[in-house]
Design a protein around this ligand. Sequence first.
Ligand code: NAD
Length: 551
Amino acid sequence: MSGPRPVRAPRGTELSALGWQQEAALRMLQNNLDPEVAEHPDKLVVYGGTGKAARDWRSFDAMVRTLRTLKQDETMLVQSGRPVGVMQTHEWAPRVLIANSNLVGDWANWEEFRRLEALGLTMYGQMTAGSWIYIGTQGILQGTYETFAAVAAKKFNGTLAGTITLTAGLGGMGGAQPLAVTMNDGVAICIDCDPRAIERRIEHKYLDVKADSLEHALQLAVEARDARRPLSIGLLGNAADLLPRMLAESAPIDIVTDQTSAHDPLAYLPVGVEFDEMASYAAKDPAGFTTRARESMARHVEAMVGFMDAGAEVFDYGNSIRGEAQLAGYDRAFAFPGFVPAYIRPLFCEGKGPFRWAALSGEASDIHKTDKAILDLFPENESLHRWIKMAGERVHFQGLPARICWLGYGERDRAGERFNDMVASGELQAPLAIGRDHLDCGSVASPYRETEAMLDGSDAIADWPLLNAMVNVASGASWVSLHHGGGVGMGRSIHAGQVTVADGTPLAGEKVRRVLTNDPGMGVIRHVDAGYDGAESVAADRGVRIPMREG
Ligand code: NAD
């Protein structure tokens, strides 16, 4: 009988698979479940509430076994975390093709998903959990850092010094918030109902201190704000209870957002339920729990709107909390915007997004060498330099050493080719797995998040992520994934991912060049099609062909 056990990817250059492309998939699958990386590895849950790397332990074992024997011209097919076939393909084809959590439109809701999940027929893949390129909290840190920097630029003269941010959720993704705020010189109060989440972020140095009470948190925050000293403060409690209290007491909050697992009502703690009883209550009475969680989210969002009315900068951080609050009958849920239209879309128009890579050697020195290569490649990009320097000093690696930075069209391919050359020359000790989040410029349809308020109203058009997945298959990615429901929950998103392995061979160099050009290219063409001028100029300047603009 196979069951929970500690999983850790092997390090070094000894292969247990037949080639580095397969070995990379194997190590990244295992790395997603490394206790340093995953939120609940015993349940195969990587992050984001219930985002899993494999459907069950038997499926995990079968994938490991299959990847170890998979040939260079074979492809393993994964259906919602379970390997269902091996097909003969060719060496340019991906070694793994993954489809996770997909449901036909009219059936695409949590109720039907849970029914099928209980039958053992599907699993929730989130974005990078089921596609094996989650790299711990660092992955989201860069995006969160960029977002808070954009808030600072928009409202606070380019710095968060002298401001207090209020947020909740210190889980796998939300745990990046305190450090992203302090990296922008601000003060953050971060609420979580799970004491372990607070302790873990302090341990990883993403969070500075824990407050004893709400009063203590506010006192610490005000002192630090007045001294223009960056500080992040963890506060234990329920956000749906604490936010309304803070609003009623006119707490001096400048920025409000949230990263509780609101996309999944069974992962949001309702007011009046003890944290320790949450899991058993959700399992026993999912419908009753959902109703209570949504009611609490409505209170939580109502307080956020209250802070907005009082003059704070308020935004939804991509967890669907507005949608859930609306379902509970709160009619001003969408009074504040999502973070993509508010801050990120101009970057998407340039094909920019969360480019990341992991060192399969397990050596931190490999990442430090790639950091230097990135700085050398893009000497003119100041914010990139600031990020790489701060990441080098402050980011604690979880699992295989990895790095993320946002690069655009015409940049990712240059970085990828340089990395492949570094593997070929022996400068790096082993190959790199180069991938990205599904939250990218041209890989997702998600009307409450990445495609909210598109200029031409095309928010819900889901052809783009399907084209993105097909383009990456056609371009030579090592594994390609197509998921439903990541980030914002069932029925609300369709998204694709790719990972391409730079193993130092000329063939990998060719694949890396094509994939890392075409993948961000999807972002440029998607935004040209929607009518964004910024994307039009990138396409014109950098030679992205748009048939409807030719002839
Ligand atoms: P997670 O499940 O690891 O963490 C969620 C945390 O929220 C937990 O620590 C939990 O204890 C806490 N929580 C739940 N209910 C609470 C309540 N009522 N009060 C206080 N704390 C509460 O999830 P995660 O991976 O951190 O993701 C958080 C959310 O952010 C998800 O909805 C995810 O889809 C979304 N997300 C956003 C982005 C983005 O780019 N903005 C990216 C990925 C995910």
